[in-house]
Design a protein around this ligand. Structure first.
Ligand code: NAP
Length: 264
């Protein structure tokens, strides 16, 4: 079978460890022939991400804290200097203070709200603006920007709290960015993944119960496999996804359609 991403270059932000959704996406992209560049947030994460990059046979590892405009600029300058043309950017980044996930939503602090939306939603705008000039020309396929979201954006999911509001902003940003960048043939989409046990997810109180509940309630009667999320990202990054932009693609074993279900 031909590789779906042969000849394409992807920048992937958000690999923290081998359980990260971004790690599954990087692995799938490399399987499909893409050249993959990974980023890490700070010096503490550098050795882990470099180790994972070596295991995956990723092309390069560069620093990028998405809250620091200077770091985004430096990343883009480095890629420009190398003559890199990007075909895809994966934004798999989110953060909220643990205390804001532990308390009732009504008690979210102003600072906690600003932090969660800055890291988890505004950063997509900053990343899109910074990387759009590096994307392939519109008659060369343009580019695909993919972010990761969750059902807590449109439904109340207990304990998801401020992160749900940040994901609502993120999903809206996907639509506005898709509209702005469409003329350059840059597509912007989000994958709404079902709950997966990762470091970020473990910050949500009673996450294990959420996983259990979702497996009982989802039409497919199971949880989401990160490899399924990764394969959806391959589709959106590939030419097969060329007509899709401004979309939220649910890869969640069908969980988002459910209103109520009896779970034994
Ligand atoms: P993860 O492995 O913890 O990944 C989150 C990533 O965000 C980490 O690599 C983290 O880097 C990075 N990050 C946080 N602040 C950053 C900053 N200022 N600059 C750059 N990177 C930063 O967890 P994940 O579950 O794979 O999360 C990836 C995405 O999927 C998130 O948007 C999440 O909301 C979304 N998602 C997850 C689930 C789920 O159930 N797991 C479901 C739907 C959507 P450090 O570790 O270095 O801080």
């Amino acid at each position: 079978m031909p590789q779906l991403l042969a000849g394409k270059t992807a920048l992937i932000l958000g690999v923290a460890n081998r359980w990260s959704l971004a790690f599954a996406i990087a692995r799938a992209f490399i399987r499909e022939g893409a050249k993959v560049i990974l980023t890490y947030q700070g010096d503490r994460q550098k050795p882990t991400v470099e180790e994972l990059a070596a295991e995956l046979k990723a092309h390069q590892v560069l620093p990028c804290d998405v809250t620091q405009d200077a770091q985004l600029d430096a990343l883009v300058d480095e890629l420009k200097k190398q003559g890199t043309v990007l075909n895809c950017v994966v934004h798999s980044v989110a953060f909220a203070n643990r205390e804001d996930l532990d308390k009732p939503f009504v008690e979210t602090s102003r600072a906690g709200f600003a932090l969660a939306t800055d890291v988890s939603a505004y950063s997509l705008v900053a990343v899109a603006r910074a990387t759009a000039p590096l994307m392939a020309a519109k008659d060369q396929g343009g580019g695909s920007i993919i972010t990761l979201t969750y059902l807590g954006s449109t439904r109340v999911v207990e304990n998801y709290n401020v992160m749900g509001v940040a994901k609502a902003a993120l999903e809206s940003a996907v639509r506005y960015l898709a509209s702005d960048l469409g003329a350059s043939n840059i597509r912007v989409n989000a994958i709404s993944a079902g709950a997966v046990k990762t470091v970020s997810a473990r910050g949500i109180r009673d996450f294990s119960k959420m996983l259990e509940g979702a497996a009982g309630m989802a039409p497919l009667k199971r949880n989401t496999d990160p490899a399924e999320v990764a394969d959806a990202a391959v589709f959106l990054a590939s030419d097969l996804g060329r007509g899709v932009t401004g979309n939220i693609l649910y890869v969640d074993a069908g969980m988002q359609i459910m209103g109520f279900a009896r779970t034994e």
